[in-house]
Write a protein of this length. Structure first.
Length: 321
């Protein structure tokens, strides 16, 4: 069995590695050669923690395993990341544990890669302004990954507390992109691509704020009750997702489904676009929306890539098990 410690991962894997792994697994899901098992997520009644498992199997890549972890809100006071996770990979032929991989950074990288895949396949080719809503831990990863997908000329951003946008401004500067803190109205009026990455129980971005032709990647809603964008915006858009069952139950799709403005049949898998089975964007005026709910197969795909690279570079720790 191999162990790849959290501290080694940043130097092992590139954004292209993550993009390719996530794109391939979305394609495999749409072909029905990969599937996610039911998600388990529970409040454990200790330390206010939420703990759970995401797992699945990709028959094409032979990635079998699970991500175990959750959210410990008191960790920041202990100098730790609130989100904690570990990925376990198993040999699909024997069931033996193949590897244990630190999952904290990988979760951020695979989430950013999913947004990037959606932009690559759905955003207008002439997109010039990138809008960012949210400035938490995940936001800089999103900005780095998405900015590579189009020839953006500017970044505009909004956060409840504008001073926290400094981390995004720093990343934009490193990318050579002008950066501006704006209102939500201004962001919607300017942005050709919008990434939302907030934890919210009420819609932040409204339908009336989004201009025709915009692509929106909603990456923060992964639990029943959460919401980043108005249901009317979801209903107006052509909606794509990683997994339809999650979109309608824990993603942005849940609210539009609940008020009857969207039907399950209206939602397409991003993998179908990747495979050429869905045309994706049909016009420059169309609003497209990717509901990125996060699936276990993403974690397995990027973790498997990390393990291969770690073995190749002699970094993986091999132990008897």
């Amino acid at each position: 069995m191999f162990i790849v410690p959290e501290k080694e991962i940043a130097a092992l894997v590139t954004r292209k590695d993550n993009f390719d792994a996530v794109e391939q697994v979305f394609a495999s899901m749409a072909k029905r050669s990969a599937y996610n098992f039911p998600v388990i997520r529970e409040a454990i009644g200790h330390a206010d923690a939420l703990y759970g498992f995401k797992s699945g199997f990709d028959r094409a890549a032979l990635n079998l395993g699970l991500k175990s972890g959750g959210y410990w809100p008191g960790n920041a006071d202990k100098g730790l990341t609130n989100h904690q996770s570990t990925v376990f990979l198993f040999d699909a032929d024997t069931g033996k544990c193949r590897a244990v991989v630190g999952g904290n950074l990988l979760t951020a990288l695979r989430t950013a890669a999913a947004a990037a895949v959606s932009v690559a396949h759905l955003a207008r080719k002439d997109s010039k302004v990138l809008g960012m809503i949210g400035a938490g831990h995940q936001a800089p990863f999103q900005l780095q990954a998405v900015a590579e997908q189009r020839d953006f000329e500017k970044v505009v951003a909004w956060n409840r507390t504008p001073e926290k946008l400094a981390s995004l401004e720093k990343v934009a500067g490193e990318l050579g992109l002008p950066f501006e803190s704006v209102s939500l109205d201004e962001l919607g009026a300017q942005a050709d691509v919008i990434v939302t990455i907030v934890s919210s129980q009420a819609a932040i971005l409204k339908d009336a704020q989004v201009k025709p032709g915009t692509h929106i990647a909603c990456m923060g809603t992964d639990t029943k009750g959460k919401q980043e964008v108005e249901a009317a915006l979801v209903a107006r858009a052509t909606v794509f997702t990683d997994e339809i069952a999650q979109s309608i139950s824990i993603g942005e799709g849940q609210h539009a489904i609940a008020d009857g403005s969207l039907k399950q049949a209206d939602i397409a898998e991003i993998g179908a676009v990747i495979n050429g089975d869905h045309p994706g964007r049909s016009s420059d005026a169309e609003v497209t929306l990717f509901d990125g709910t996060g699936v276990g197969l993403q974690d397995l795909a990027v973790a498997s890539k990390v393990v291969d690279l770690a073995i190749e570079k002699g970094i993986a720790i091999e132990v008897d098990f």
